[in-house]
Design a protein around this ligand. Structure first.
Ligand SMILES: C[S@@+](CC[C@H](N)C(=O)[O-])C[C@H]1O[C@@H](n2cnc3c(N)ncnc32)[C@H](O)[C@@H]1O
Length: 184
C-alpha cells in the first residue's frame, strides 16, 4: 500500500471496504450528496443516513435511485440525535465540513459532532468503529478540528484505539482521517 496516491476520503473508503460485511447495519452521520451513503448501501445490509439540510436527502435519493439502492433510510435530523433512530450499528461514518456545492456558511460544529461521536460509541458493536474525515480551514475554520482532537486524545485508551492519519506536508489544510476502534 502507498500513500502518495491517497487522501483522507480514499483512506476512509478503503477502511470501510475492508471492515464492513453485507449483514451489517451502518450509519452515515453526514449524508451530503450521498457518496458515502451509496458506498455504505453497497457494502452493508441497511444504512441510516443523517443531515440537517433538506438538499442532502434530495441529492442522495437521486443518487441512490440511479444506482437502484433501496436499503437506506434518509433522515433529516442532526447526527447528535442518532440514538433516536438506531440502537446498534457496525460503524458510524462522519465526513465533517460543509455540503459540497452547497451553502458554505452551514457546516458541522464541534459541539454537535462531539455529542454525535459519543452517541456513536454507545451504539457501535463490540467489533465496531467510527470513521471520521475532518475538513477544516477555509470557510469552516479550525474550531471543530481543534476541539475534536482534544476530545479524542482523552478517550479512554482501555476502551478505544484512536488512529489519526494526517498528510503533514501537503498544502491547503489537507483533511484528516481518523478511526476510533472499540478494543475487544
Ligand atoms: C462534507 S459534507 C458530507 C459529504 C457527504 N458524505 C457526501 O458524500 O457528499 C458534510 C455534511 O454534514 C452536514 N452536517 C452539518 N452539521 C450536521 C449535523 N449536526 N448533523 C448531520 N449533518 C450535518 C452538512 O449539511 C453537510 O451536508
Amino acid at each position: 500500500m502507498t500513500y502518495h496516491d491517497k487522501n483522507a476520503l480514499k483512506l476512509s473508503h478503503e477502511y470501510l471496504k475492508a471492515h464492513i460485511n453485507k449483514d451489517d447495519i451502518t450509519v452515515d452521520a453526514t449524508m451530503g450528496r450521498g457518496r458515502d451513503t451509496l458506498l455504505l448501501c453497497n457494502l452493508s445490509k441497511e444504512v441510516y443516513a443523517f443531515d440537517i439540510q433538506k438538499e442532502a436527502p434530495l441529492s442522495t435519493k437521486a443518487l441512490l435511485d440511479e444506482n437502484n439502492c433501496t436499503n437506506a433510510r434518509l433522515i433529516l435530523d442532526s447526527h447528535h440525535n442518532l440514538k433516536d433512530y438506531v440502537q446498534e450499528a457496525k460503524c458510524v461514518v462522519f465526513n465533517l465540513g460543509f455540503l459540497p456545492g452547497g451553502d458554505h456558511t452551514i457546516f458541522s460544529h464541534s459541539d454537535t459532532s462531539i455529542k454525535a461521536i459519543e452517541a456513536s460509541l454507545d451504539i457501535i458493536k463490540e467489533d465496531g468503529f467510527v470513521s471520521i474525515c475532518s475538513y477544516y480551514g477555509g470557510d469552516t475554520g479550525f474550531e471543530e478540528r481543534d476541539n475534536l482532537l482534544k476530545f479524542l486524545e482523552h478517550l479512554d485508551g482501555k476502551k478505544y484505539t484512536v488512529m489519526l492519519h494526517s498528510f503533514l506536508n501537503r498544502p491547503n489544510c489537507p483533511p484528516l482521517f481518523i478511526i476510533i476502534e472499540k478494543n475487544h
